[in-house]
Design a protein around this ligand. Sequence first.
Ligand SMILES: Cc1cc2nc3c(=O)[nH]c(=O)nc-3n(C[C@H](O)[C@H](O)[C@H](O)COP(=O)(O)OP(=O)(O)OC[C@H]3O[C@@H](n4cnc5c(N)ncnc54)[C@H](O)[C@@H]3O)c2cc1C
Ligand code: FES
Ligand code: FES
Length: 315
Amino acid sequence: MSEPIRFYFRGETHQVDGLPNTRTVLQHLREDLHCTGTKEGCAEGDCGACTVVVGELRGNELELKTVNSCIQFVPTLDGKALFTVEDLKQRDGCLHPAQQAMVECHGSQCGFCTPGFVMSLWGLYLRHEQDGVTPSKREIDDALSGNLCRCTGYRPIIDAARRMGELPKVEFDREAIKAALRSIDQQQPLALTHAGQTFHAPRTLAQLAQLRADLPQARILAGSTDVGLWVTKHMRDLGDIIYIGQVEEIRHIVRQDDWLEIGAGVTLEKAYAALTGQYPDELSEMWQRFASLPVRNAGTLGGNVANGSPIRCRG
Ligand SMILES: Cc1cc2nc3c(=O)[nH]c(=O)nc-3n(C[C@H](O)[C@H](O)[C@H](O)COP(=O)(O)OP(=O)(O)OC[C@H]3O[C@@H](n4cnc5c(N)ncnc54)[C@H](O)[C@@H]3O)c2cc1C
Ligand code: FES
Ligand code: FES
């Protein structure tokens, strides 16, 4: 029998059992849990209406990043934390500065895109909550690069990105989330079976190699920024899946004097940050033109090479 998928959600460990392996996080939120704050616009990673923040324990650090919930599958959340726009309201009922600033700067009209923008703003807020640095215009543009708005226009939203740092600080309790994630950490790799198809999430390279040998036809899943669309747009049946996002050995970046080693499972955002450190003039503009921050936060370098997407870069 399959173990349930377990992740931190709304202050507790959320357990999920019996879902199709490719149920998206957005479908689960809206249709199974009736948490409808997170919106669906395009279901292909373009519009950002579905933006959520995913937290993951890496060693002793809590890594928090914005991703597009419409193209992420629920089993990839196993052992992680999921935050949506509903999590931002404070205990006393006040809005979070990311929300309050949107109100004060008139950053919303029809409101459809607003939860996604707010989550991207929250991601930016979290990045600077400890260092207190005011984000630059370029950093704000980048944080919002995955969010489209058809009616408000972007200037008030950019104003809100600046304004939120001036409002009374709200601290995010990272230690509590870390403790919660430690308590749900599963040593056993996730192995699900649904309708005769399996979903495996190996934790070590040896487990991955063994699964590859046992299931040579299985689909490798990394950041899901392309594979997700095969399901939401092409309605493809993926068959058995091996998710490699939990294999720590392929998520390393090693720097030496004259070389750089980037594991296949390193996210595009981290890989490009490492590469632009070496070649700032040649690569920094290209990096920012690649998709959007939530896509780069999920997509991996190995997935990009294997995928050979004809998109190349936006703009
Ligand atoms: C809105 C949007 C914009 C995008 N813009 C760009 C762009 O500007 N440029 C661009 O190049 N791409 C773009 N993409 C496509 C995609 O984001 C990238 O190609 C990304 O790098 C895919 O990586 P992934 O980890 O998400 O791969 P996945 O979607 O998980 O997998 C993609 C393919 O690679 C295989 N694979 C994954 N990892 C490995 C591995 N380690 N070993 C062997 N096979 C593997 C999978 O089996 C699958 O066939 C965009 C996608 C979206 C949704
Ligand atoms: S619904 Fe448009 S990016 Fe997810
Ligand atoms: S406020 Fe209407 S789409 Fe942004």
